[in-house]
Design a protein around this ligand. Structure first.
Ligand code: PLP
Length: 379
C-alpha cells in the first residue's frame, strides 16, 4: 500500500526516523553507563517497545494500569508505574506484581498506610520508588524537607514494602525558552534526586537508594553527560519528537517520526479546511511561550526535507475539522479538494493517544500497521 492510498486522517510513523531516534537515545544511555527505561505512554505500541528493547532498553515506564497490564501480558516484565498510586489501583497493582517485576510510585504517607493495610495478610512484597519534585511543582516530595526522609524511613521499615529508590521528572524543561533554560532544568532534575539521596545516606546508610531515576526528552537531549550517581533515565517523547521539541531546539523537523496525514475538504482564498480536527491532532496548545503563532501543529511543505509551509497556520480545530489560514505566500495556497497535507503535531504523545493504529512508512510506502493500546484497565 502507498501513503497516498490511505484514508485520512491517518497517523503515520516514519520507520527510519523512529529507529534513528531510538538508536540515538540508547547510545546516550549506554555511553553514560545508565539504564534506559523509556516511557511507553508516548507510543503505547508493542512493536516500538520491542525496538527499544532490541536497542538495549532495560525495562519500561508506564503511566496507567492498563498500559502496564498490556505490556506485562506481552512479555515486558520489568515495569515502573510512574504516576503516584491512588488507592483504587492497589488491588490491580497486587495482581500485576505477581506477573511482573513492578515498581510503584509513592509521594504521600497516606499511600504507604493504604499499602501496608492492603498487603497485611499477603506474603508479597512491593517495590516502592519515592517520587521527588524537582521544581516542576506537580507531584513528588520536597527533597529538602525532613518529612521526606521520614517517608522513606517508613517505607523501608514496612514489612511488605521495599524501598527501591528515587524518581523524578524534569518536566519544567518544557517551559524553558532557551537552551540555557533546558540545561538549568536538567541540572535541577539531577540535583534534586542526588542531593536527596545523599541526605538519605547521611541519615542512615540503609536508606541509600538503589535506583536514582531521572528523565524527560529535553533534559536527556540537551547534554551528552549524565551526572554521576544517576542510575536510570526514562525519556518517552524522543521516539517521535514533535513541534514542541522542534521549537525548544531539541531536534529538527526532519527528526520527527510521527505525523498526521489529512485531506483538504474545503479550499478557499484565505484558508483550507482539512479532515484532521481535535480528534486527530489533539488540542495541545503547543510551545506558545516560544512560538505564539504555532497554531495546532505545523503543515509540511516537504516532509522528507523537514520544511514547513510558510505563512500557513492551523488556527482552529473543531472535532473533525482543521482550519488552515493561508498567507499570500503560502506554498499550499492552491491546494485542491482531496489533496493531502502532512502535519507535525504539537504534542505527539497526545496525538498518538487519539489513534488506534500507526501506518508505518518508508518514503511513500506503508510498510506495516501497528496497533496502539489505549485502554486504561484490562478487566
Ligand atoms: N517520567 C515521567 C514521570 C513523566 O511524567 C514523563 C512525561 O511526562 C516522562 C518520564 C517522559 O518525559 P518525555 O515525554 O519528556 O520524554
Amino acid at each position: 500500500m502507498r501513503v497516498s492510498d490511505l484514508m485520512t486522517p491517518a497517523t503515520l510513523v516514519d520507520y527510519d526516523r523512529l529507529k534513528a531516534n531510538i538508536r540515538f537515545m540508547s547510545a546516550r544511555a549506554r555511553d553514560n553507563g545508565v539504564s534506559l527505561r523509556p516511557h511507553i505512554k508516548t507510543h503505547k505500541c508493542l512493536e516500538i517497545a520491542e525496538l527499544q528493547k532490541n536497542f538495549g532498553a532495560a525495562g519500561i515506564t508506564a503511566s496507567t494500569i492498563g498500559e502496564a497490564q498490556h505490556f506485562a501480558r506481552n512479555g515486558f516484565k520489568d515495569i515502573t508505574l510512574a504516576v503516584p498510586l491512588a488507592q483504587d489501583k492497589i488491588t490491580a497493582v497486587k495482581q500485576l506484581a505477581v506477573r511482573a517485576d513492578l515498581k510503584i510510585l509513592v509521594d504521600h504517607s497516606a499511600t504507604v498506610t493504604q499499602l501496608i493495610s492492603a498487603l497485611k495478610r499477603t506474603k508479597m512484597e512491593l517495590d516502592v520508588l519515592v517520587k521527588v519534585d524537582c521544581t516542576l511543582g506537580r507531584s513528588g516530595v520536597d527533597p529538602e524537607k525532613r518529612s521526606s526522609i521520614k517517608l522513606v524511613e517508613r517505607i523501608s521499615k514496612a514489612r511488605r514494602l521495599r524501598f527501591a529508590g528515587l524518581l523524578t521528572h524534569g518536566g519544567s524543561s518544557y517551559s524553558a525558552t532557551s537552551e540555557e533554560g533546558i540545561v538549568k532544568a536538567a541540572d535541577e532534575e539531577s540535583q534534586a534526586v542526588l542531593k536527596f539521596a545523599s541526605l538519605l545516606r547521611k541519615e542512615n546508610p540503609n536508606l541509600a537508594p538503589e535506583t536514582i531515576s531521572i528523565g524527560s526528552t529535553p533534559t536527556m537531549m540537551v547534554r551528552d553527560v549524565i551526572p554521576d550517581g544517576i542510575t536510570e533515565v526514562r525519556p518517552g517523547n524522543y521516539v517521535f519528537f514533535d513541534y514542541t521539541q522542534v521549537a525548544l531546539g531539541i531536534c529538527r523537523a526532519y527528526n520527527c517520526a510521527l505525523t498526521v496525514l489529512a485531506s483538504v475538504i474545503g479550499s478557499f482564498k484565505d484558508r483550507l479546511i482539512v479532515d484532521a480536527g481535535a480528534t486527530a491532532l489533539s488540542m495541545d496548545p503547543g510551545p506558545i511561550h516560544i512560538d505564539p503563532d504555532c497554531g495546532h501543529g505545523k503543515v509540511f511543505s516537504d516532509y522528507e526535507e523537514g520544511d514547513f509551509a510558510e505563512s500557513t497556520t492551523i488556527t482552529n480545530l473543531s472535532q473533525e475539522h482543521g482550519k488552515v489560514a493561508l498567507g499570500s505566500d503560502s506554498s499550499v495556497k492552491k491546494a485542491k479538494l482531496g489533496s493531502r497535507l502532512r502535519i507535525l503535531p504539537n504534542h505527539s504523545c497526545l496525538t498518538a493517544n487519539l489513534t488506534d493504529e500507526y501506518y508505518v512508512t518508508s518514503g511513500a510506502e506503508v510498510i506495516d500497521i501497528w496497533n496502539v493500546y489505549r485502554r486504561r484497565v484490562v478487566t
